[in-house]
Structure formats: C-alpha cells, structure tokens
Write a protein that binds this ligand. Structure first.
Ligand code: AMP
Ligand code: ZN
Length: 493
C-alpha cells in the first residue's frame, strides 16, 4: 500500500479560490506543469523561492509514493520586455546589448539557473522543454484557434480575439477580473497597434527586419507569443487534462488567464484541474524583480557580498528560511530573518545529530505516532510547511529533554522518530546537513579579500603582470573581481 492512500491532501485551487480535496486524475500518477524562467539574466532569489515551493510540493507527492511527471519549461523566446507586447523580446534585447547570439544568452542563463537550483538542492523536473523547441506545435495550435474563430491576422501578426471569446466563455475567471472593467481601465489603442482591442494578445508576432529570433509561418516570418508555449508544452507532455499547473502569483494575469483562453478556444476546455500560485519574495517590502533592480542574487547570499547582509549564508539556511513561510504568503527577506533562520536550522540539526546517541528505555514520554500524523496533517493542509516546522521543533524539545534525562523513549520510538525526521527534513523539505557550508564560504571570502589586497598592492607598485595574473587566475576558478569606485568586490559563479 502506498502512503498516499492514507493521506488526503487539500490544495488551495486559485481558480475556485477554495481549498479542495485533491484527487489525482489517474490514480497514483500526477501531472504537474510549472512555468519556468525566462533565461535572459541571472536568476534572483525571488525566482528561486517559487521554484523551491514547487520542488517541495513535487518532493511531498513523491514521498507519498505518487509517480509524478513534473514539466517545467524554459522560456527562450516570445517574452516581451513590455507587457503590452509592443517592445522587444527580452532575450533578443540582451543579445543586442551584449553582442551575443540569442542562443548564447539562453545557454548562459539556463546554466546559471540549473547551477543555482542545484545549490538549493532542487530536484530536476522530469521534462524541461523549451519554447524554441516547440515552434511547430505552437504554429499548429494557432491554426486550431484560427479554425475555431478566435484569432485574426493583422499585418503579419496573429492575435487572440478576447471580446469574441468572452461572448461564449469567461475571460478573467482565474484573476477575478471582468472584461468590461479591463476595457474601462486601459489606454486606447495607438495608431501603430494592429490589435482590434488592447485586451487582445499576440499568438504570433511579425518579425521586423532587424529581429534576429524569427521562424517561418503561414503568416510570414515571426515568433510565437509568450502565453502560447505553456499551453502547447503542458498539454503535449501531460495531456489535454492534467492535475496541477503552477507558477508565481504574478503570472496569474495575463499569462495564465491567456493560457486558459487559448486552451478553451482550441480544445473546448481548460486542461488544468488545480491551479496553484506561489507568493512573492520581497525585499525592503517590495517585490523582488529583475527589471527594477530590487533583487539579490544567490551568489551574493553565499558570499555575503551585499549591503543588506552582515555575513554569508548556507544554501540550506536560505531554503529553511523559505520553508518557514507558507508558499502562498508573502515573505520579506532581511538579514535579521536570515540570522534567525540560521539559528533555528542549527538547533534543528544539532538535535537530530544528538538523537542518534540518546539512550533508550522501556517507556516513551513522547507519542511519536500521533506526532508523525500531525506532520502529515500539516503537509496535507495545502503544504503547510511552517506548521510542519513547528512540529519538528516539538520533536527537538523532546529530544533535548531525553538527552538531559528528563524524558525517556523506547528503541522502537527512537527509530520511528529518526525515520520520520529523515523523511520530512531531508526528503520533503529538501534541507541538507551541510552545516560547514557557511563557515567554508566565510573562509573563502577571507582568502579572496586577501588576494584583492595583494592585487591592490601590486597595482600601486605598477606590477600589472602580477595584478592581472591574480584577476585572471581567480576568473579561471569562477571568481570574478569587479572594480568600482568603492574598491573591488567579487562574485562566485
Ligand atoms: P521569470 O523568469 O520572470 O518569468 O520568472 C520565473 C518565475 O519566478 C515565475 O514563476 C515568477 O512568478 C517567479 N517570480 C518572479 N519574481 C518573484 C518574486 N519576487 N518572488 C517569487 N517568485 C517570483
Ligand atoms: Zn507559463
């Protein structure tokens, strides 16, 4: 018997706005799609939070014995700088600014994304499809939407006709918006706009002569609209109906709303049974975002090289910090909060280490069975990791009392406790017991700072051979020095 047969999970479905009892479409199997990153710059800690939340959900399902097909895409075309879809493709813009081939941009930041998630101990998804790898399927879907009468062509671009769709369907059902209100609150179309209405969104955009990311299509050379790839790739790998679609809260509108519209227009129904949205990581009370500069990179956390931080933090401490909040709550990053998480994490790990050595006796003062079910109940209640962590600290309290000889535990209960702790702390929360990590990073920082000082001295002595050698050899080791007005800082790739 699989563990999932004993556990009933409730999930907050963003579409109904309610917690619903989760029922897998195919018993024992789960299909889950999560919108992946747009790979035009380094992934920041906010992005990591969303992917960590879904990694925890993926891990819990797997722990319960479900066979999970987890699809998380890479957006490598079609995501425009401007939400109104007039501007440039984010990747094409970066390629132009850095004089790179767009696929070099994609490769660089996909690697950064994978390296970063590995540091935070995220499991790789089962399939990681790319938008550019599915251009043919996207063109096919546009043709289908055309045939059903919900698309129109204008000047080499193809748009989704939201007003027409809304006559027989409900545009705005996920975000709780009404089309009339959207119309009242949007700017008028400008003369250059090809759209019939500002609410319409691009399925295919004509590529201007200077646009390098382009593919042939029945409507001329162009590239797909951003929302299309997720409808195509989720249904291609998970079927026309699947269990869970997730992403960050900021993707609800317009991205996921448009996905629903595209799917209903072409397949006659939305494929998603449970929509899940992870909430934002904020810094100084504002959303962490690439575009505003209000963000912190994981590399800065590991080296402590950011004015917000008093010291470096280990990846597991950061992961523990994230897991202390429910995935659907806003979480604000601060040095104080990280310091507190580090203290809590160390306390947890020390108690678990101590558990192995505690003496057993003929009776238990700690009801391990009831406690274990409380841990499951927390996770079954919409993946409530903060409550789970509170239960783990209840176990820590008992372990410490047993250690001090004030309580006792039987050998069977001790083994059960060790087993359950392993399951929840390492398998489900995905924490790692690399307590030396932060200390090692601190040592590394010290050594690099020393080399920066040697390089400074060499430059003052006009010994540029030595100063360049220090910089180049550090770069070869993946440590980049950056000279600025205040001095020299470094980052680790
Ligand atoms: P992007 O690469 O901008 O498409 O974002 C990738 C994922 O990160 C999406 O699911 C976003 O919703 C999510 N995301 C972006 N900013 C944040 C943030 N500050 N906190 C949590 N998730 C975020
Ligand atoms: Zn998506």
């Amino acid at each position: 018997m699989q563990a999932y047969q004993n556990q009933s999970i409730k999930i907050h479905n963003s579409l109904s706005g309610k917690k619903e009892v989760f029922e897998a479409l195919n018993e024992g199997h789960i299909g889950m799609y999560v919108c992946g990153p747009t790979v035009y710059s380094n992934v920041h800690l906010g992005n990591c939070r969303t992917f960590m939340s879904f990694d925890m959900i993926f891990r819990y399902f797997k722990h319960l014995g479900y066979k999970v097909r987890y699809v998380r895409n890479i957006t490598d075309a079609g995501h425009m700088v401007d939400d109104a879809e007039d501007g440039e493709d984010k990747i094409a813009k970066k390629a132009r600014l850095e004089q790179l081939e767009p696929m070099e941009v994609v490769q660089r930041y996909t690697l950064d994304f994978h390296n970063t998630l590995e540091k935070f101990n995220l499991l790789p998804p089962s399939i990681e499809p790319t938008a550019t790898g599915h251009i043919i399927e996207q063109i096919e879907l546009i043709k289908e939407i055309f045939e059903k009468g919900y698309a129109y062509e204008a000047n080499g671009s193809v748009y989704f006709d939201v007003a027409k769709f809304n006559i027989t369907h409900e545009y705005g059902q996920l975000s709780g918006r009404k089309l009339e209100d959207m119309i009242a609150n949007t700017r008028d179309l400008t003369a250059q706009d090809d759209k019939k209405s500002p609410q319409d969104f691009a399925l295919w955009k004509k590529a201007e002569p200077q646009h390098i990311m382009r593919w042939p299509s029945p409507w001329g050379d162009g590239f797909p609209g951003w929302h299309l790839e997720c409808t195509v790739m989720s249904t291609k790998y998970l079927g026309e109906t699947f269990d869970i679609h997730g992403g960050g809260m900021d993707l609800k509108f317009p991205h996921h709303e448009c996905e629903i519209a595209q799917a209903e227009a072409s397949y006659g129904q939305s494929p998603v049974r449970y929509w899940m949205h992870a909430n934002m990581l904020t810094m100084n009370g504002k959303k962490m975002a690439k575009s505003t500069g209000n963000n912190i990179l994981p590399g800065e956390i590991f080296t402590g090289d950011n004015e917000l931080l008093s010291k470096p933090y280990a990846a597991s401490v950061v992961r523990f910090f994230m897991m202390q909040a429910h995935y659907a709550s806003i979480l604000d990053l601060s040095d104080d909060a990280l310091l507190a998480s580090e203290k809590g994490f160390t306390k947890l790990m020390e108690a678990f280490d101590a558990l192995g050595g505690v003496k057993t006796s003929g009776k238990s003062d700690f009801d391990v069975k009831t406690w274990e079910q409380q841990c499951y109940d927390a996770m079954n209640d919409d993946f409530n990791t903060p409550i789970l962590i509170a239960h783990l600290f209840e176990a820590v309290r008992h372990i410490n009392l047993i250690k001090e000889g004030k309580e006792s535990i039987t050998a069977t209960d001790k083994e059960a406790l060790q087993h359950t702790i392993n399951n929840f702390v390492f398998d489900v929360l995905g924490l790692e017991q690399k307590v030396g990590n932060a200390a090692d990073t601190e040592k590394l920082s010290g050594v690099v700072e020393m080399l920066i000082q040697f390089r400074k001295q060499a430059r003052e002595n006009k010994d540029f051979t030595t100063s360049d050698k220090i910089r180049d050899e550090l770069a070869e080791l993946g440590i980049q020095l950056k000279d600025n007005k205040e001095g020299t800082t470094f980052s680790v790739n």
